[in-house]
Design a protein around this ligand. Structure first.
Ligand code: AMP
Ligand code: GLY
Length: 423
């Protein structure tokens, strides 16, 4: 099979690493990819949102399967776009635009959860017409309070306000100043939940589903989970507190009703559902849905899938996932993200990366790199993810930590305390 993966980050490198090992994969393309994916297949310089260009490349290279990494093309309807005559035989991994609304519209996701009785923070939704009501609502709301722009805002659309003044300011910026354009013309205001988070990944054909390895990512820039939010500074899998008892609750209260909700609404969903959960005193609540895999979670999830992932992906088309289950390795995985100094605020690119050849017993997934005249240079905030496996979490973390230090570039930074709560 000829396979095309869309995207260019660590997530797509990890997907490419897994897919390229399958005997069913005869040729692998990644668009646009990165220098890491270039060693596993052929990179194609295409923007992930240019559906016409993607169509042309799929026909030219006789692509059989398209795996969509990031959310944007899904929310914009790439799955529906491929549901046209010349393209219909191409198997696209991802939900329809309607399914992708679980991520693309917070208001839609909240209403969906409310209707299905899925535990989540209590909320109300406001728009420009109801701005004054929103302010009044915030004035009587206990603090902290959470404000979420309805639409996609590149991971920046959530504000946790510590006091009423901050909350009103955030609401004003989102609705009146249109901080995120149309994405914040509607805002969800919800109660703040206190607990520990984890990421649950579900592969579904719209009828059957399978839970993939559970992971936890570390979003804050600073040690001990302090400072600004980032795209993710590291991840571990499995997650010690997400034991069988907890996961049983997740299945009964969250995954099963999510599947029922999709089926009841006639939503076609053949791809990954990423459920961001928070455990409040051992009870799971949904923080958010995403319509794709997580990054950097994929960098620990893929290495823990013990068998070929392709049969499971292929089975989604005919809704036969129940016959093609993935095997999950009992090993622990940890990944540490090496980032550019200054990230997630201003940072420099184009730094020479050295020491990769010294890395042992680890997988290195490129996130923001580029090749220039044979030299590997940094090309983003998150530069690369270093993943290690071990028989224990401590072993995996220790190998990842030892090796991340071997990769050097000017002003690089990484967190030394990924997994800190569990060691
Ligand atoms: P998101 O951009 O939706 O991933 O949200 C960013 C982060 O905000 C989440 O990972 C949580 O840490 C936090 N968050 C979102 N909603 C809530 C909530 N209701 N209570 C507490 N924290 C939240
Ligand atoms: N790691 C969180 C995300 O991918 O959204």
């Amino acid at each position: 099979m000829q396979i095309l993966i869309l995207g260019s980050g660590g997530r797509e490198h990890a997907l490419a690493w897994k897919i390229s090992q399958s005997p069913l994969c005869t040729r692998l393309f990644i668009a646009p990819g990165n220098p890491g994916t270039a060693s596993l297949g052929q990179n194609l310089p295409l923007p992930v949102n240019d559906f016409e260009a993607i169509k042309a490349v799929c026909l030219q290279h006789q692509i059989d399967m398209l795996i969509v990494g990031p959310e944007d093309p899904l929310v914009e309807g790439i799955v529906d776009f491929f549901n046209q005559d010349e393209l219909r035989q191409i198997h696209v991994i991802g939900p329809s635009a309607e399914g992708a609304k679980l991520e693309g519209s917070k208001a839609f996701a909240k209403e969906f959860m409310h209707e299905m009785g899925i535990p989540t923070a209590r909320y109300k939704e406001f728009n420009a017409d109801r701005f004054a009501e929103g302010v009044a609502y915030l004035r009587q709301h206990p603090m902290p309070v959470v404000l979420k722009a309805d639409g996609l805002a590149a991971g920046k659309g959530v504000v946790i306000a510590q006091n009423t003044e901050e909350a009103i300011q955030a609401l004003t910026e989102m609705i009146q100043d249109q901080k995120f354009g149309a994405a914040s013309s509607k805002v969800v205001i919800e109660e703040f939940l206190s607990g520990i988070e984890c990421s649950v990944f579900v592969l579904t054909d719209g009828k059957n589903y399978q839970v993939l390895p559970i992971a936890k990512d570390y979003k804050r820039i600073g040690e001990g989970d302090t400072g600004l939010n980032t795209g993710g500074m590291g991840a571990i899998s499995p997650v010690p507190f997400a034991d069988d008892v907890f996961m049983h609750k997740v299945k009964l209260r969250i995954i099963d009703p999510t599947m029922q909700g999709l089926i009841q609404r006639g939503i076609s969903y053949k791809g990954f559902i990423f459920i961001g959960l928070i455990s409040v005193a051992g009870e799971p609540y949904v923080i958010e849905y995403n319509c794709r895999m997580g990054d950097p979670e994929t960098e620990v999830v893929m290495p823990r899938i013990a068998n070929d992932l392709m049969p499971a992906l292929l089975s989604l088309k005919e809704q036969k996932l129940d016959q093609e289950l993935c095997e999950i390795s009992p090993m622990h995985a940890a990944t540490i993200m090496l980032v550019s100094g200054g990230y997630p605020e201003a940072y420099q690119k184009g730094k020479l990366i050295q020491g990769l050849e010294l890395v042992e017993h680890c997988l290195v997934f490129h996130a923001g790199t580029r090749l220039d005249d044979g030299q590997l240079l940094s090309n983003g905030g998150r530069v690369m993810a270093i993943t290690a496996l071990g028989h224990t979490l401590t072993d995996a973390l220790s190998t990842a930590k030892q090796n991340v230090q071997k990769i050097r570039f000017d002003q690089s930074y990484f967190r030394t305390d990924i997994g800190w709560e569990f060691e």
